[in-house]
Design a protein. Structure first.
Lengths: 510, 312, 290
């Protein structure tokens, strides 16, 4: 925690150097430049049309997250290794059993001039939990919070009580849809938060305009005005290259290659910070057979998938989520391709010369491409993988029930959250159908463990089980690419969903 | 004339009613509904189920259609299943951009095509005619998206002269945003239209009364503007009304490439997100526009050529 | 003015007015040969391409390997061209054939029937369907039956059915009211003989001219659908899909976009030129008004 605070301590220069080191190109960044105030920055994100929302508790798209991040804040944020770091809560501790938590609030001011109090926090969490509004995204992750027993100790201290102990509670408060709003906030179209920018205007699917908030607790932003725009990948590329935007989120590797040939646009890459995988349903033939699952893991030519689908912008995966994040088990050997061994396993399972369908869709960059390529790689072992394309819009839901093997992409999140959302019997997004009571029990036991090292050891064991026996073929860890125009300074390479990702209060225009 | 108008109006009402049933049936055939579309990895299945109830999507299709139809009769287009906002807003916002684009295109297309058409028609099979015909033939053979990709690559990415996207720009302050989209839409429309005008010109020039007038010594200029132009425009105007539907496809391509938040994009988006009220409203608007356009075309033709038996 | 005959044959070397004019003048002078080549090359590629054995080891994305380099998936562009025409042209041809099978039959029956109610029954629904935007039909089909070549073909065909039916009906009525038919009727020829022997043949002219433009339009429509990502799978080798998917790599490996684009344009250009000549030969009867 203090480590994170220190890191924030000397921003400016250090931040700029950090980018250069992380991107590995170290070009274009005039690290000697002094931050200057003023100006307007236009940032473009993938849009969601009418789906875009202003309500900070209903967000689901990157552009929503960016919007809310500019205006609102959470109690806790995530550091570059996805470890909780203080935000509106400057510190916290618990009763020793991780059941009752106390958060000390920072001296922060809302856009209407009122100070942040414990009541605001309680109101916000109650608003998230409101069962009448099923779309409040953090509802299930914060289900363990017992609001009736939680209380304001004093205006700057809030006591939150859980129904069951959970050592990962601070991380849950850093999840999406957990922003702190003002007590009595009912109209999402008039946002009032504590964030570095004040709301000016919003048009769903097109743009939001925000202005600098001078009383921001961490020091007013450099930029005077922030425009957050929505557009598809091609328009984002054209906009940032044509000077119609200064920041473009989530760019393709091909764009990065084109852009790096020129001088007007710089690529800021958060190395290997997301995950691309194939997911096999472990309760359905043929993948209910562990041998077949292992065979498919052995058949993936990861390097080739990374070279082609990610155009080299990423690292090979090791069938696990979260490399480089807190709790990622150390010392695991890299899974290598072994066609002969795979053939032997498939023969044993009687799968040679059989046909299996891989269910994919153009829902995310590289899905259909990687499925097509993987089909060729599987064919080398004598199994035909037939590529079936589904609807892009409903793919994530369809995948829960359709197809025995499909595509999966995950953004950055803490490893325990990944396990909770995807690998427990009751997980809402358990695409591999990994439902093992003993796994659930072991996970629950790890979560109540208050000693961090002991907890990490337990998580490590669970992850090894998933890697060896589970249905995830994590073949690649794509870099997360952001394009900024040459005059933009102070953009840090950070995994999406972390504190420094898409943060504009430290950015300035040279 | 009056009975003609009444008949036409009656047909239009029937058309619109049948259309909405058809659109509803068509979109209901699609797998999944708006609640599924709002599914995200963080929403639990129970949350989605509650959402479906709130949106009324658990009701039988006939009931939902009845409800919607009743609303429309009172002038209310309903609320979007995706944004939760009024459908009218979505329609208004999306129609605006497309209307600007279309009007800007037509403002160039019509005079240009008429001028080219008459130029060609009056020099039938001359060198100029054959050259322009060849050029228009060749141009109309290039798909919109190929033109768009090439224009963007050359003028935006290579030369950096023109913006390739409407993102981050404002039409009021930078009308230059219109240049590339209009250029793309221009090509085929001018070609189609000018060829129609050319044919009309040739037909009129060969008509007996023109030959007669020429023999009587009516000045050439007067002949062209008073007689040939109106007659030659008839097939053009009709073609324009008739190809409106085809052009919408081109508009979609242009909207997609230049990130224009327009009508065609909104329609496809609404279909993709199963936002039925929005699909219905947009289709209705489009159908009404098409009907009016066709009516307008017929009336214009009737005015231009009063003798014609177009309105039987 | 129309009396001024072009001296194409008498003067072997017309004075060129500029490079562009000269190009088009040449284009115009030998249109048949040019258009046959223009149509023929893409058509041959589409028909015979898939039969050509072409096995190239996949390389890196947008690399310069092979004749025309590689595409975004590291596949050989030339190899893709060979197999990508089947859908690009085949779907369009299929749609036009289907549109004529359905619309043509409706039009002919409506025109030749002696029962007015049958005519009304066949044609009125088309009137009602007319304002249904083809964009809606296609996007619904595209969303509902993702990546199905057959579904897109049927959708494009359906969009064309009303106009085809009207055109055929108008042409048949035109022919049926001609003095020849009157004469045949007076000679007490059978209905079948008149319909098949005369009207059917008379319809062929305008139909041929229409098919010419309709195929180009269908190629456009199918290509646009595929370009917009509403049609075939994004990894399909189809020419339009290739243009769409590789356009972000246009500056890295231009041929991945330009080669399929050139084939598509060559086909539609050649077809336009051929259709243009056809129209000039068989003057279309009065345009059918909607």
């Amino acid at each position: 925690m203090s480590d994170a605070l220190n890191r924030r301590g000397f921003l400016g220069l250090a931040g700029a150097l950090g980018v250069a080191a992380l991107t590995g190109c170290g070009s274009g960044q005039s690290s000697g430049a002094q931050p200057s105030a003023g100006g307007r920055l236009r940032a473009v994100y993938a849009g969601g049309g009418a789906k875009e929302v202003l309500d900070p508790h209903v967000q689901s798209l990157f552009v929503d997250l960016a919007r809310h991040k500019a205006m609102y804040e959470k109690l806790v944020e995530l550091g570059p290794d996805l470890k909780p770091v203080p935000r509106l809560a400057e510190k916290w501790d618990h009763d020793g059993k991780a059941l009752v938590w106390r958060f000390t609030l920072r001296d922060a001011t809302f856009h209407d001039g009122r100070k942040l109090t414990a009541e605001d926090v309680l109101y916000s969490l109650a608003r998230v939990a409101d069962p009448k509004v099923p779309e409040r995204v953090a509802q299930s992750s914060l289900a363990a919070l017992d609001l009736r027993r939680s209380k304001a100790v004093d205006p700057r201290t809030v006591e939150l009580v859980l129904a069951a102990p959970n050592a990962e509670f601070p991380a849950l408060l850093a999840g999406i849809g957990t922003q702190i709003v003002r007590d009595g906030f009912t109209d999402p179209t008039k946002p009032i938060g504590t964030g570095p920018f004040k709301f000016v205007s919003f048009e769903a699917g097109r743009s939001m305009v925000a202005a600098r908030f001078d009383d921001y607790w961490e020091g007013a932003a450099k930029l005077e005005e922030l425009h957050l725009l929505s557009a598809d990948a091609e328009a984002r590329a054209n906009a940032v290259q044509g000077g119609q935007a200064e920041y473009a989120n989530d760019m393709t590797a091909t764009f990065a290659r084109t852009a790096e040939a020129g001088k007007s646009v710089r690529i800021v890459a958060a190395k290997a910070s997301t995950m691309q995988a194939f997911v096999m349903k472990v309760d359905q033939a043929p993948f209910d057979n562990p041998d077949v699952r292992l065979a498919f893991k052995l058949l993936a030519d990861r390097q080739r998938l990374v070279d082609v689908v990610l155009a080299g912008r990423g690292a090979v995966g090791n069938d696990l989520f979260g490399k480089g994040y807190q709790y990622y088990p150390e010392g695991l050997p890299q899974r290598e391709r072994d066609v002969e061994e795979a053939k032997r396993l498939l023969k044993k399972a009687g799968l040679v010369n059989k046909e299996i369908e891989i269910f994919t869709a153009d829902a995310s960059a590289g899905f259909v491409e990687s499925a097509t390529l993987f089909a060729e790689q599987v064919a080398e072992a004598g199994v035909k993988l037939k590529v079936t394309t589904g609807s892009a819009q409903t793919y994530s839901k369809d995948l829960l029930t359709k197809g025995v093997i499909g595509n999966h992409r995950s953004g950055a999140m803490p490893i325990p959250q990944y396990l909770t959302d995807r690998l427990l019997s009751k997980s809402p997004f358990n695409v591999t159908h990994w439902r093992k009571p003993e796994f659930d029990a072991a996970f629950a036991a790890a979560q109540v463990q208050t000693d961090e090292a002991a907890r990490a050891a337990k998580y490590g064991e669970l992850q090894k089980t998933i890697r060896d026996d589970g249905g995830i073929i994590a073949w690649g860890l794509p870099d997360y690419l952001v394009a900024v125009s040459a005059k933009v300074q102070g953009v840090e390479a950070a995994p999406p969903n972390t504190l420094d990702f898409g943060r504009f209060d430290k950015v300035w225009l040279a | 004339m009056r009975s003609y108008a009444a008949g036409r109006a009656a047909l239009a009402v029937v058309q619109l009613a049948v259309l909405s049933v058809l659109v509803f049936a068509l979109t209901s055939l699609l797998p999944g509904d708006a609640a599924d579309l709002r599914f995200t990895e963080t929403l639990s299945p129970e949350q989605v189920e509650r959402l479906r109830e709130q949106l009324g999507l658990d009701q039988p299709a006939a009931e939902r259609f009845g409800h919607w139809f009743g609303q429309v009769l009172t002038g209310d287009l309903g609320t979007s299943l995706i944004s939760g906002g009024p459908v009218v807003d979505i329609v208004r916002d999306s129609v605006g951009a497309t209307l600007v684009l279309t009007i800007a295109t037509l403002a160039i297309v019509v005079p240009l095509a008429v001028a080219l058409g008459i130029l060609m028609g009056t020099r039938e099979n001359g060198r100029l005619d054959r050259t322009i015909t060849s050029i228009t033939l060749a141009l109309s053979a290039i798909p919109d998206f190929v033109i768009a990709v090439v224009l963007v690559a050359v003028f935006s990415l290579k030369l950096g002269w023109l913006p390739a996207t409407w993102i981050g720009g404002d039409l009021l302050t930078s009308p230059v945003l219109l240049v590339l989209p209009v250029a793309v839409l221009l090509g085929r429309t001018v070609c189609l239209l000018s060829r129609q005008v050319r044919a009309g010109t040739i037909n009129t020039l060969n008509a007996d009364y023109i030959t007669q007038a020429r023999r009587l010594g009516v000045p050439r200029r007067r002949l062209l503007f008073r007689h040939v132009l109106p007659n030659a425009a008839v097939p053009g105007v009709q073609e324009l009304a008739r190809t409106g539907d085809t052009l919408l496809g081109g508009v979609l391509v242009v909207e997609a490439i230049f990130a224009i938040p327009g009508f065609a994009t909104a329609l496809v988006d609404a279909v993709e997100t199963r936002d039925l009220p929005v699909v219905q409203a947009l289709t209705l608007v489009l159908a009404v526009a098409a009907l009016l356009l066709n009516l307008l075309a017929d009336l214009t033709c009737n005015r231009l050529v009063p003798r014609s038996a177009l309105l039987k | 003015m129309s009396g001024r005959k072009e001296d194409a044959l008498s003067s072997p070397q017309p004075t060129p007015r500029g490079p562009l004019v000269r190009v088009f003048a040449v284009l115009r002078r030998i249109p048949v040969a040019v258009s046959v080549v223009l149509v023929g090359v893409p058509l041959l590629v589409a028909v015979l391409g898939p039969l050509v054995p072409h096995d190239v080891k996949p390389g890196m994305p947008y690399a310069a390997d092979g004749v025309l380099g590689t595409d975004g998936l590291g596949r050989d562009v030339f190899g893709l061209l060979l197999v990508g025409g089947r859908t690009a042209l085949g779907m369009a041809f299929g749609a036009v054939v289907l549109a004529y099978l359905v619309g043509g039959v409706i039009g002919l029956v409506a025109a030749s029937t002696r029962h007015r109610w049958l005519d009304e029954l066949l044609i009125r629904p088309l009137d009602v369907l007319l304002p249904l935007p083809s964009l809606l039909v296609i996007s619904v089909v595209a969303v509902g039956w993702r990546a199905s070549a057959l579904a897109i073909t049927v959708a494009v065909a359906m969009v064309n059915v009303p106009t085809v039916a009207r055109l055929v009906r108008a042409a048949a009525l035109d022919a049926a009211s001609s003095p020849v038919v009157e004469a045949l009727r007076m000679q007490r020829e059978s209905w079948v003989t008149i319909q098949l022997g005369y009207v059917g043949r008379a319809v062929l002219g305008p139909v041929a001219a229409d098919i010419g433009t309709r195929i180009t339009l269908a190629v456009f429509l199918v290509a646009s659908v595929n370009f917009l990502g509403l049609g075939l799978s994004p990894t399909a080798p189809d020419w339009a899909v290739s243009i769409s998917r590789n356009r972000e790599g246009l500056l890295l490996q231009p041929w991945s976009v330009l080669a399929p684009a050139l084939l598509l344009v060559a086909f539609t250009l050649g077809f336009n030129l051929l259709a243009d000549r056809l129209v000039h030969r068989t003057r279309r009867p009065a345009e059918v008004t909607a």
